[in-house]
Design a protein around this ligand. Structure first.
Ligand SMILES: *Cc1c(COP(=O)(O)O)cnc(C)c1O
Length: 228
């Protein structure tokens, strides 16, 4: 077995163990393999190991990979910052966009999503630590953006994504994730049919699962360190 297949099965086992430990339904946490900065050969190793969901941050790099791999089984998630001149390529090539942070970007993605494709799955990226340097919408702006996205026919609002400030302190990790989970539950209580809470990366996905994550985005723990 190659190293990427080994890493994938190790992480899947850790996810399963965390689901049990924190009373989460088995299989309720999905693994997104973050392949930004990684070669196509590594993605192919993951595909050979039966993994089909990949996350990318840079549009041009991602479109090259998607075109090279040409595989209908693959599910591509855009998770990076979105420039408005890149929305067309994103809308045409991805199944998911987790990093929607404005009305303008949402409207462009909606207008540019091709009619022969199903609606684009989207998450709102939330600035959970409320730092000005971080991307993501403020807590007070989530409901307005969620309402807007729900009215756009070519987008399907699926939930929330966040990248809290990195820390190795598990108590702090869990505090930020808990806060996001509360917001997610409030959206559901307000009648939004959201099912995806995307939080947790290589360093903190166990804490994220403890606090209700349904999708963890893991890069280096699967593929090793990346080149830019
Ligand atoms: C790079 C990245 C990841 C993966 O980070 P790792 O620490 O390599 O697991 C997850 N989510 C987002 C939004 C990223 O940009």
């Amino acid at each position: 077995m190659n190293i990427i297949a080994e890493n994938l099965s190790k992480i899947q086992a850790e996810i399963l163990q965390a689901e049990q430990q924190f009373s989460r339904r088995p299989g309720s946490v999905k693994l997104l393999a973050v392949s930004k900065g990684q070669d196509v050969e590594k993605i192919n190793s993951a595909i050979a190991a039966g993994h089909y969901c990949f996350g990318e941050n840079y549009v041009q790099e991602a479109v090259t990979k998607i075109t090279t791999l040409q595989n209908d089984k693959l599910e591509w998630h855009f998770i990076g910052a979105i420039q408005s001149n890149k929305t067309k390529l994103i809308a045409e090539n991805f199944q998911w966009v987790q990093s929607v942070t404005s009305k303008k970007i949402a409207e462009r993605l909606n207008a540019q999503r091709l009619n022969n494709l199903p609606p684009l799955n989207v998450c709102i990226e939330v600035n959970v630590s409320e730092e000005s340097s971080k991307s993501g919408v403020k807590l007070t702006e989530i409901v307005t953006l969620a309402n807007l996205i729900q009215d756009l026919p070519r987008l399907h609002l699926r939930g929330l994504m966040a990248i809290p400030e990195p820390t190795l302190d598990v108590v702090k990790q869990r505090k930020n994730f808990r806060e996001l989970h509360q917001i997610f539950l409030q959206l559901q209580a307000d009648g939004f049919t959201v099912d995806t809470l995307s939080m947790g990366m290589s360093q903190d996905f166990i804490a994220a699962i403890a606090e209700g994550s349904t999708l963890v985005r893991v890069g280096t723990a699967i593929f090793g360190s990346r080149h830019q």
